[in-house]
Design a protein around this ligand. Sequence first.
Ligand SMILES: Cc1cc2nc3c(=O)[nH]c(=O)nc-3n(C[C@H](O)[C@H](O)[C@H](O)COP(=O)(O)OP(=O)(O)OC[C@H]3O[C@@H](n4cnc5c(N)ncnc54)[C@H](O)[C@@H]3O)c2cc1C
Length: 365
Amino acid sequence: MEQKQEVDFIIVGQGLAGTLLSYFLMLENQRVVVLDYPHAGRTTSIAAGLINPVTGRRIAKSWRFEALAAFAKQTYQRLEEQLNIPLWLEWSIVRALHNNFEVNEWLRRSAFPEFSNYLQDGPDPQNFDERLRQPFGWGELRGCAQVALPALVEKWRVRLQQQNTYFIEDFDYDQLTTVGEKVVYKAWSARKIVFCEGARAVANPFFKDLPFLPTKGELMLVKIPGPAFGKIVKHNIFLIPLGGDLYWAGATSRYEYEGASPSAYGKQWLTDELGKSLKVPFEVVSHEAGIRPTVSDVRPFLGVHHDHPSVGIFNGLGTKGALLAPFFAKQLTDFLLGNGKLDEEVDIVRFERKELKGHFFTKQD
Ligand SMILES: Cc1cc2nc3c(=O)[nH]c(=O)nc-3n(C[C@H](O)[C@H](O)[C@H](O)COP(=O)(O)OP(=O)(O)OC[C@H]3O[C@@H](n4cnc5c(N)ncnc54)[C@H](O)[C@@H]3O)c2cc1C
């Protein structure tokens, strides 16, 4: 019988989830192998990486923002040192308020103590930037950050390759077997396997019945003539300065879509929204798309399969991977090593407890 390479963990997928889970497991001296295939629709390599204390028209506070953001900052700054690249950038976001409702919500929320660190009077509405169309009003969001997610996964991949622990592999579920308490896949034998497949997990036979609700997101890189904006702008869409006259402009968000490729619909929508935000012409440099691993209750999916405790999942990072992934990658690491529990809100057993009990896992023989 072929000799297998013994490792502690096989991780499938090296987006943000697989990157941070492998990072924390390796910090605990675990032997890890990462199997990843660059499928269309993967998102970390195109994400803006924003961390934003409040979101949406109702200016709602992000779930557990302070604790998650503090841990995220610490993690990305450690990775900056280790990988020798800039990853963590603190920004303000200048946000257009489009109507009376939004201005009133802004003023109402600003009065609450838990918002006072984040919501500031906006820049002078007359002259924030003459290239932008004047909305009803402006507000300024403090305490935001941008994480260079594409650079993080790329550099981490190189690090894994140097250690001979990264393999390009489109995972074939039929070749996964369990031998005693171990899992065996092709050349590897491991204590556990953890799937970090982003939106493609909808096809994973172990976890496909979890309530995934993927959304397609499209963006464009555009050139806007003139000096770079000194802040991120959220007008009709986000305009994120990337250096020089280049900007990340996006994004669409659609539950119904055909395929993972950039679409004519997406391009038109982005062009229209840019036109509503800018007074000046812009040049489209590229157009990209990804499928966000969004889920029905907007909380991450962490845990192990109830019939196969050696098969785990780290998913459901949705629209907030940059904020959520560090804290929950560490929590999952501790859990997998028997050193801690999962929060009830993120543990996938929450679906067994509810109406989906006995229904959502597909049993494997
Ligand atoms: C346009 C857009 C903008 C965004 N902006 C932000 C933002 O500003 N802030 C923020 O926090 N989040 C943002 N997000 C969301 C963010 O991208 C996600 O939360 C996060 O990157 C998800 O990471 P992941 O590792 O779960 O998935 P992915 O990044 O999709 O990684 C999954 C990896 O697994 C691989 N894979 C899948 N199946 C298999 C298999 N069977 N075998 C081998 N490999 C496999 C995939 O190819 C991929 O490499 C944005 C998303 C989009 C689309």
